[in-house]
Design a protein around this ligand. Structure first.
Ligand code: AMP
Ligand code: MG
Length: 535
């Protein structure tokens, strides 16, 4: 197959830096930490680093940008992606945003350790903003250093790409580069600082605009700038909505509500827990953004959060994600209110979030169970009972749904041991499988089989289920094993995980270890079940 267009290197990309061109810039050019008023961004150069070394890059993101694989393996690529120089057409800047953190208004936050490099336009005319994470301080760095460590950069890099391949809307990651420098971090904020390898990830997305970009302008009463940013966002990221006007602001907010609902349905489907759903970590495009102390459900537990910083309140636990997204949309609605000056349409859009989420969740659960449709008459009870059962004993969510596809529906009279055989692999503690539990599970399974039979002939049930129930997810302990190796200078496991996670729904021979339950040693180990915001 011949390429339809020429593959490029970074110097040959076409940039059209519309964010910089059309929005107000900070007039103070110093890179000092401060409040930045009357501006959407500040120009700031990345801080040069000693010895950039590529750990990994994503070939799909390179292809999206029309970059030749060989061009991503050069020293020049590592230099640019570590922030040591800009390629032709790039402009470096950090943006101003605010946000609610853990439910409290936190004022200005901003790109404290993200430096944007401009917007590349690919051969299909798609706009792709590039952003370095961990390339040094900006005016928004507050009291922190603007840097990132390898541990958290591996997690951001791998999870961005894993989520994409799972079909979850997300920002992408082009590259992961070591800086050759050390960064001091106190991982659990408990007085144990240590030096860790520094790294930079290059993130890629149509836009990195967050709810908090609108919030900060609204909170400061900078209504002209609020309107400018809204108009810019509609024209650039939502051009199909037409020219901005009060009614278009409403349809725009409706679309944000819908996209956010769709993203959350996906998170719930794959068992992803974001961990820090502050309003500054919510993308206006409904993309998963800012991979910090996120985690994947191992045993199904809606109360679980990976984020130790949130261990008390558990605001951002798995089961709370749908209502937190709703709350966050409410904060965005407040911020946009001055442009619309009517509460009712904003309220209706919020209702649309709920409706889209509920319908999406039902369709998603039906798909996970291999049903043709969600029939509320029977399936509400079916799902409620299943989700209860999954919590009674420690059950691996990913493996359970994957193994459920193996259930034999032809033999409706199969005895219990045969019936449940395919599922046994999903349990963590065999001793928990008491007769009472087994009876409850059996009742549910027989009910489920009857429900499947009612659906009629469905020869493709297994394939359909396997297309929505992943086999390979970025289990917390798998990421940690790859990090342990990478910290010793061995990058093979990062790259092997990246490769396996490209096909999360397809059984890959020889890759069984990536589909295994969390081993016992990982139950309480830092990085595996407990993470903090320190990154
Ligand atoms: P997060 O919790 O990652 O969403 O970050 C919240 C805010 O803190 C954002 O404004 C980040 O840019 C900023 N931030 C987090 N870590 C750092 C760091 N190491 N240096 C500078 N700013 C940071
Ligand atoms: Mg953030």
């Amino acid at each position: 197959m011949t390429a339809q267009f020429k593959l490029l290197n970074l110097q040959q990309l076409t940039f059209d830096n519309r964010f910089c061109r059309e929005l107000p810039a900070d007039t103070n050019s110093s890179n000092s930490r401060r409040q930045v008023f009357n501006a959407c961004y500040s120009r700031v150069m990345p801080t040069p680093v000693i010895k950039p070394e590529r750990v990994a890059y994503s070939k799909e993101v390179a292809a999206l940008l029309d970059l030749a694989p060989a061009a991503c393996e050069t020293d020049e690529f590592a230099q640019i992606m570590a922030g040591n120089r800009l390629a032709k057409g790039m402009e470096a800047y950090a943006t101003c945003y605010g946000g609610h953190q853990f439910g409290q208004w936190a004022g200005q936050l901003g790109d404290g350790r993200a430096i944007n490099l401009g917007e590349a336009i690919n051969s299909r005319g798609q706009r792709l903003a590039l952003q370095l994470k961990g390339a040094g301080p900006t005016p928004y760095s507050r009291n922190a250093d603007g840097l990132a460590v390898l541990r958290s950069s591996v997690r951001e890099f791998l999870c961005s790409e894993a989520m994409h391949h799972l079909g979850v809307p997300t920002t992408r990651a082009l590259s992961l580069i070591l800086t050759g420098e050390q960064v001091i971090r106190d991982m659990f904020y408990n007085g144990n600082p240590k030096a860790e390898p520094g790294a930079v990830v290059c993130r890629v997305a149509p836009s990195f605009t967050r709810f908090g970009h609108f919030q900060v302008l609204s909170a400061r009463g900078e209504l002209d700038n609020l309107r400018k940013l809204a108009d810019y966002t509609i024209r650039t990221d939502f051009p199909h909505l037409g020219e901005p006007s009060p009614s278009v602001y409403i349809t725009w907010f409706e679309e944000i509500c819908r996209k956010t609902a769709e993203m959350i349905v996906h998170w719930q489907r794959v068992g992803f827990v974001h961990g820090v759903m502050n309003t500054d970590n919510m993308s206006i495009l409904g993309l998963t953004i800012d991979y910090g102390p996120y985690g994947w459900l191992e045993n199904y537990d809606p109360d679980w959060t990976p984020n130790t910083t949130d261990a008390g309140e558990r605001r951002y636990r798995y089961g709370n994600q749908p209502s937190i997204a709703f709350w966050n949309l409410g904060q965005l609605a407040n911020a946009l209110y001055p442009l619309i000056e009517q509460a009712a349409p904003l309220q209706q859009a919020m209702d649309l979030y709920t409706k889209t989420f509920v319908q999406g969740w039902q369709a998603m659960m039906a798909a996970k169970l291999g049903l043709k449709n969600f029939d509320p008459a029977t399936d509400e009870a079916l799902c409620t009972e299943l989700l209860d059962i999954l919590q009674v004993v420690e059950t691996d969510m990913t493996l359970f749904f994957r193994r459920l596809a193996l259930l034999d529906t032809r033999d409706t009279k199969a005895i219990l041991p045969i019936l449940i055989q395919p599922l046994l692999d999903a349990y963590y503690v065999p001793g928990q499988l008491t007769p009472a539990y087994m009876a409850r599970l059996e009742a549910w399974l027989r009910n489920y089989i009857l429900r499947l039979l009612k659906d009629g002939n469905n020869d493709n049930r297994r394939a359909n289920m396997n297309a929505v129930n992943p086999l390979y997810v970025l289990r917390n302990y798998l990421a940690q094993l790859a990090i342990d190796k990478a910290e010793q200078g061995d990058h093979t496991q990062v790259n092997e995980l990246l490769e396996v996670l490209r096909h999360p729904y397809t059984e890959q021979s020889g890759k069984e270890m990536f589909a295994g339950k969390r081993p016992d040693w990982a139950r309480q180990r830092a990085g595996c079940s407990m993470l903090s915001c320190s990154s």
